[in-house]
Design a protein around this ligand. Sequence first.
Ligand SMILES: *Cc1c(COP(=O)(O)O)cnc(C)c1O
Length: 436
Amino acid sequence: MDEKKKNNVDDTKYSMETHLIYGKDVSNKWDYSHHVTAPISSSTTFRLDSVERGAAGFMQFANTKEFGNDAPIFIYDRLGEPNKDILEENLAYAEKGEMAVSFASGMGAISAVLGVLAATGDEVITHTTLYGCTISLFNNWYPRYNIGVHPIDLTNPENIYKVLSDKTKVIYFETPANPNLDIIDIEAIARIIKTENEKRDENHQIRVVVDNTFSTPYCQRPIEHGADFVVHSLTKGVGGFGTDMGGVVIGPNKYRDMLLLYRKDFGAIMNTKAAWSILTYGMPSLHIRQKHMVDSAMKVAEYLEQHPKVEFVNYPGLKSSKNHEVAKRLMRNYAGEFTPGSLVYFVLKGKDANDSKMKGGKLMDYTADNAYTLTLAVSLGHTRTLIEHPASMTHSVVPPEKLEERGIKAGGVRIAFGLENADDIIKDLEIALEQI
Ligand SMILES: *Cc1c(COP(=O)(O)O)cnc(C)c1O
């Protein structure tokens, strides 16, 4: 085989969908040129041949500048091994970033990127609406490290100026945000921070970190819009089958070593079997799964929008969505088509917040017992459509009186689309909505 030719696949000749399947089919991380599917690696430690080679391996580790990142000497799983390394190459490529470092879970990745970027005395600015455990990370642990956290409404990027200070090191947000699908204008925020950074020395630069879990790189690539880092829970849309936990940080090469050191010392290492599954099943099928989910989400959002029992629907694909225009600019697939994501958030009509919450709960209980195509469960990006009630489930870390402040309606319902036929989902929703 002409390995050189295989290694230098012309990016402009083939579509990204095809690249997601092949990745680098000869990787220096492991030449698997004779395997059609990469072998699963399950070795915690690696034979080093000689003391010299062992010493060279330790020298290479987390020393990207001097040794590059191409032909590692594997030493021990927690430092690096083939399955994770190959997955990382392909994830960096899919997100259009320079490098990727994988972690045991999305939270492993989020705590690592923040752990590398912010130290005692620094401050982080976040959007008010975030994944529940990310809120918990900021509320329960950051006070101990004396890292300040400012949750503000980033749907208006100018709000940054209200809390920006010399101590600010990170702007952190999700877009679409979990669970209400607020859209944050990555480009506007990147512009503000670029101007601010021009006044700051190298040690005081602010970095923009986007949790892109809800979009997956198929629907949106934040680095193309000016973000510095992307984090993912690979457990969700990228993994795609609900079988394995994983997380990743994608960003500039110069942070690779710090992230590797952090991972080595804090230990949130992705299981090799998880890396292999995501590489083998998740990545190659990402585009067909996401495309189907986006089509279903749009169809069901339109159905819910006209339903008399629904107060409002937030789906970035709907013209009525408050951030439709921003979403249209940011959320594009590799071919440039508008891909507004695979989640829909809607709120049921009620006499008051309590009544609406009660109806949300009732809808959930009915679907849990009766709906074939809707499963009451947290998570997203699964083969099955998952429905949940954020106020009592994923966001129960937020006290009831603070829910509105965090952008969450007591009666809000989140649907994360799977791979079913959308008409079947509508059938089940129709019957469920009759019950409330
Ligand atoms: C699930 C999720 C996480 C956390 O990921 P884990 O893999 O469960 O640790 C972070 N952010 C978002 C938006 C998520 O949906």
